[in-house]
Design a protein around this ligand. Structure first.
Ligand code: MTE
Ligand code: HPA
Ligand code: MOS
Length: 767
């Protein structure tokens, strides 16, 4: 089935927040963000700004009627700065005016007296000073200390990966419209309507029932709107609450880039030990996560890093420690993979280093150590593994021997062009790692004309979840999908939603839709049995027909629905689903946090121009564990998009903060994201159609985040191409592999080469 949004997207009819018709009298907000990354806030000067024609009011922390707090996991983030500023762009004041232009003109006239304090942008520096967001955590399996002696090879190193701007096409925005009796309805571009509702309730000091958050769809979220949509909801709701007027704020791209947090940069130390047969016996790792200036989701992301420390491999002895380091950057947040990709990059770096030192191809070590069903992860769960199946299928299907020969031949016959090839196996845990979040609800109405309305807690952000929800309803009710309408996501219809995140949205909400529809089918069968005077067990609903003993009866879908209404049988159902079996004990750091894992293998081939340092991705060839895909077209889209986004993170997206904590890569001219020219020339996707009952929906498997990690293969393919040109080059594990870094690695002896790590470079950048 086609994505139900395709046609409206391409004809421009899809409704995003800024397309919601504005209520008469709507006012426009704009935030004044701190120009300084860290300091005591002594005074804010608003008088000049207040004189700008059209300015209605300027709000500061003093105006907050409830609690000036938006921290979700830890209450450490004020909505508006009070005595201190902790990052550049931290909202200090919120101007509300009769036009967007007036609000922004006024923001330019606001000044603040800030007594500067030392700025830390490097997580290791923060760690050395004891500046941690939460206490460190360690996951352990076996005994690494005892294992080193049994290893034939032990090596240690460091791997750094940089952050990443979400660059959702639709910037952050919110629109709050006062309702009667003190209520406020808030349109928000959020992955987490309930988090927005909860934040606004807290900030306003009103019960959650006074507030409704509604979401039609997002122009992308990628994790950036899981928590960070809340601030704008809070600001607009507060202003609407106090002014009794609708207030809207749509961030400009530059504001969005400067004020919001991004993927967490990580700096990591590792030590890896292998036996003579290249089996990894021990792995020790310390992750320094750059959390930024508030917790946001960092503790949960740090936890997911630990859950993925061994990537797709089985390692019998593991000690993995993670530090969430408090720096003066905008609070970093969820981004596709949620800390998993950072862990996988480190493991692949360790393997690449080992391979180089031992003179073998990295894929020999990779393949040798892929996990198998029954292998224990460091957190106690046992793998149900498709790692070998994906790898072998990829080797065969894509004729790896031939591919390798082509690369070798090319490299033997070309001096200034080199090719590189790398495998990237993935294994990604599906479920919120916070067990309580693995629940969802759905509300299904059958109207008496036979049409169906479905509401869930799922937010459509381009990933196609609404199409999947519609498919579930149509399939369980056995009716034409054309009868089903997916409603917007609203906290008044579906309460206490988990964010649409963790790739689990279709699993969780789909199960709830399934339960609701099954209950309705049960009632309709009862009605049909009464109408037809046959036992209920003989009745089935199929393809809009009521069957008795598998033969058509006088009743069809519409007639049985009408009959149910006339018999006063409820045609509505609200269902709840909670993933069974998942649990985790933080005291022991053991449990079964994931419903299942998603596996896959990619093979990436790149060509490098060794004169210029530029490169192209020739192909990414994937075997991906889809389960029984509910919608192959949607799922392929997720894989293609994930791969390109992953390649962007690993190759060209270079986030740069200067030593004062200001974002230098703050525009699309200084921050390069993949475009069609930098996308792989070929993306081949072959399903591994596994068929296990895995707690997903209809034996499908989650697909949102896992393919992002195929992008990591590009980094190592590029590294291999560099090595083909200059085997002596000491290529640091320091992503992204920009053309600039490639050039420095190709010619390390050149005078200007002194390789710098990203955080060191950020210290010298002053332009
Ligand atoms: N795809 C599109 N087009 N837009 C998005 O914002 N977000 C990704 C992924 N794919 C995203 C996307 C992220 S971070 C997650 S967690 C999942 O979709 C969320 O949706 P799902 O749970 O339905 O897979
Ligand atoms: N994944 C994504 N988002 C989340 C998670 C998670 O595990 N936990 C809380 N938010
Ligand atoms: Mo995705 S990072 O879980 O929104």
């Amino acid at each position: 089935m086609k994505n139900i949004d395709s046609k409206n997207h391409v004809t421009g009819r899809s409704v995003y927040l800024d397309d919601v018709p504005e209520v008469a009298g709507t006012l426009y907000g704009a935030a004044f963000g701190s120009p300084v990354a860290h300091g005591h806030l002594r005074a804010v000067h608003l008088a000049e700004a207040a004189k700008v024609p059209g300015v209605v009011r300027i709000f500061t922390a003093r105006d907050v009627t409830g609690e000036n707090q938006i921290g979700g996991i830890i209450p450490d983030e004020p909505l508006l700065a009070e005595h201190k500023v902790d990052f550049c762009g931290m909202p200090i004041a919120f101007v509300v005016a009769t036009s967007d232009e007036a609000a922004r003109a006024a923001v330019k006239l606001i000044t603040a007296d800030i007594e500067p304090l030392p700025v830390i942008t490097d997580p290791r520096e923060a760690h050395a000073l004891g500046q941690l967001i939460v206490p460190p955590r360690t996951f352990r399996l076996g005994d690494t200390a005892a294992a080193w002696d049994t290893c034939a090879h032990v090596l240690a190193g460091r791997a750094d990966s940089n952050g990443q701007e979400h660059l959702y096409i639709e910037t952050q925005c919110a629109y709050a419209v006062p309702q009667e009796n003190g209520g406020v309805k808030i349109y928000s571009s959020t992955q987490s309507p309930t988090a927005g509702q909860r934040t606004a309730a807290r900030v306003l000091g009103v019960p959650m029932h006074q507030l409704e958050v509604e979401v039609q769809r997002l122009g992308g979220g990628f994790g950036g709107k899981e928590d960070q949509a809340n601030a704008w909801v809070g600001l607009c709701a507060l202003a609407a609450h106090l002014l009794h007027k609708p207030v809207k704020y749509v961030l400009h791209r530059l504001e969005d880039m400067a004020m919001t947090g991004k993927r967490h940069p990580y700096s990591t130390d590792y030590k890896i030990g292998l036996d003579k047969d290249l089996r990894i016996l021990a792995f020790e790792v310390s992750y320094y996560q750059n959390a930024g200036a508030a917790a946001d989701l960092s503790p949960a992301i740090m936890e997911r890093t630990l859950f993925h420390s061994t990537s797709t491999y089985f390692v019998p002895n593991v000690t993995a420690t993670a530090y969430s380091c408090h720096t003066h950057l905008p609070p970093n947040t969820a981004f596709r993979g949620f800390g998993g990709p950072q862990a996988k990059f480190v493991m692949e770096a360790a393997i690449a280093q080992a391979a180089e030192q031992l003179g073998v191809d990295a894929c020999v070590i990779q393949k040798q150590n892929l996990n198998r069903t029954g292998d224990e992860f460091p957190f106690g769960q046992k793998a149900v593994s498709e790692a070998h199946a994906c790898w072998h299928k990829a080797e065969e299907l894509y004729d790896i021997d031939q591919l390798r020969r082509e690369v070798e031949q090319f490299n033997a016959t070309n001096t200034l062009l080199k090719k590189g090839l790398a495998f990237m196996p993935i294994c990604f845990g599906i479920s919120f790692t916070n067990t309580s979040m693995n629940q969802a609800r759905a509300l299904v109405h059958i109207y008496y004309d036979g049409s169906v309305s479905v509401s869930t807690g799922a937010v459509e952000m381009g990933q196609g979840v609404n199409t999947k929800m519609l498919q579930v309803a149509a399939q369980v009710l056995s009716i034409d999908p054309g009868r089903v309408r997916l409603q917007s996501t609203s906290t008044s219809r579906i309460a206490n939603t988990s964010p649409s995140a963790a790739s689990a949205t279709a699993d969780l909400n789909g199960r709830a839709v399934q339960l609701a529809c099954e209950a309705l089918v049960g009632r309709l069968r009862e009605v049909a049995a009464l109408e037809l005077g046959v036992p209920e067990s003989a009745v089935a609903l199929r393809d809009e027909q009521v069957l008795v003993h598998n033969q058509p009866s006088a009743l069809d879908w519409k007639k049985v629905v009408t009959a149910a209404f006339l018999r006063r049988v409820s045609l509505s159902e609200h269902a709840h689903y909670a993933t069974p079996e998942v649990h985790f004990n933080k005291a022991t750091e053991k449990g079964h946090p994931f419903a299942y894992h998603v596996y896959g293998t990619s093979i990436t081939v790149v060509t490098m121009d060794c004169l210029r340092g530029t490169y192209a991705v020739d192909a990414v060839k994937v075997v991906h564990d889809f389960g029984q895909s509910m919608n192959p077209a949607v799922d392929r889209g997720q894989i293609e998009g994930g791969i390109v986004q992953g390649i962007g993170w690993m190759t060209m997206e270079e986030l740069l903060y200067d030593p004062t904590g200001r974002l230098r890569s703050n525009t699309l001219s200084t921050y390069k994201v993949p475009d069609i020219y930098s996308a792989p020339k070929e993306i081949a996707i072959e399903p591994l159609a596994t068929d296990t009952d895995n707690l997903a929906i209809f034996r499908s498997k989650a697909v949102g985040e896992p393919p992002f990690m195929y992008g990591i293969g590009t980094y190592f393919a590029l590294r291999n191409a560099i090595k083909a040109f200059n085997p002596q080059s000491p290529v640091a594990f320091d992503a992204p592999m920009t053309p600039e870094k490639v050039l420095l690695a190709l010619y390390p002896e050149a005078p200007a080469s002194a390789p710098t790590r990203s955080h060191e470079r950020s210290r010298v950048a002053t332009a």
